[in-house]
Design a protein around this ligand. Structure first.
Ligand code: SAH
Length: 223
């Protein structure tokens, strides 16, 4: 009997955790990156809860997108300097020989530089590869990608792995990216879970609205 009530309590806790994760996740996708920074600065426990929920979601996928980016980097020279925007637990940095600058709102690892990804402490044109792996979360996408453009060298690589269902119109998205100073090098739509996009920096971002840049919030279903 006490076994049954313990199981019931565990199930309730699990549900509550799931609900809080979905709520936090929704806040991250519907506010700006600055709102996210404020949220986690004032409530670090929320961040750890978010990450537990994130891990649980991604474990259900047949492949982790970050592993694709690891494989991509291993095929290229280890001398390339990388910036990982929204690095999470720094799986990328831990899996390659490259120098990797890791940015996130809260440090899950000592490698992390805590900052809002819309404003990272790197000099202009100082990195070869910028990575956003499931990390294009704020509503100020243009500002965030503009920051990646700023720190990338001319001809440098931008890698984006993002949840497939977030794209409303991939054609419009890629077109908007050209305005931000990125040309498409390759696009992989083969996974039904996430898209993998590779861009090269062609020049600085051009100012002005880029309406095609919109991504839908990634709202997880209740399970
Ligand atoms: N790239 C990692 C983690 C993805 S989860 C992986 O693929 O495993 C998305 C990460 O982006 C989270 O760790 C979240 O804290 C971070 N993030 C969200 N908004 C951010 C912001 N404004 N600045 C920095 N990091 C942010």
């Amino acid at each position: 009997r006490s076994g049954r009530s313990a199981a019931l309590r565990a199930r309730m806790e699990e549900r509550l955790l799931g609900a809080r994760f979905r709520y936090l996740n929704q806040q991250l996708y519907t506010g700006s990156s600055r709102d996210a920074a404020r949220l986690f600065r004032t409530d670090p426990a929320a961040f750890h809860l978010y990450h537990r929920g994130f891990e649980r979601q991604v474990q259900r996928w047949p492949e982790r997108p970050v592993q694709r980016i690891v494989r991509y980097l291993r095929r290229r020279p280890a001398s390339l300097v990388v910036a990982d925007f929204g690095c999470g637990d720094c799986t990328l940095a831990a899996s390659v020989k490259n120098q990797v600058h890791c940015f996130d709102l809260v440090p899950l690892s000592p490698r992390v530089t805590v900052c809002d990804m819309a404003k990272v402490p790197l000099a202009a044109e100082s990195v070869d590869v910028a990575v956003f792996c499931l990390a294009l979360m704020g509503t100020n996408l243009q500002e965030i990608l503009g920051e990646a453009n700023r720190v990338l060298k001319l001809g440098g690589t931008l890698m984006v792995a993002e949840v497939a269902s977030r794209f409303e119109d991939t054609h419009a998205f890629l077109k908007a990216m050209t305005q931000l100073g990125f040309k498409t090098v390759s696009k992989d739509f083969s996974s039904s879970y996430f898209y993998l996009l590779e861009f090269a920096k062609t020049g600085p971002a051009r100012p002005g609205p880029a309406p095609g840049l919109r991504l839908r919030p990634c709202l997880y279903k209740r399970r």
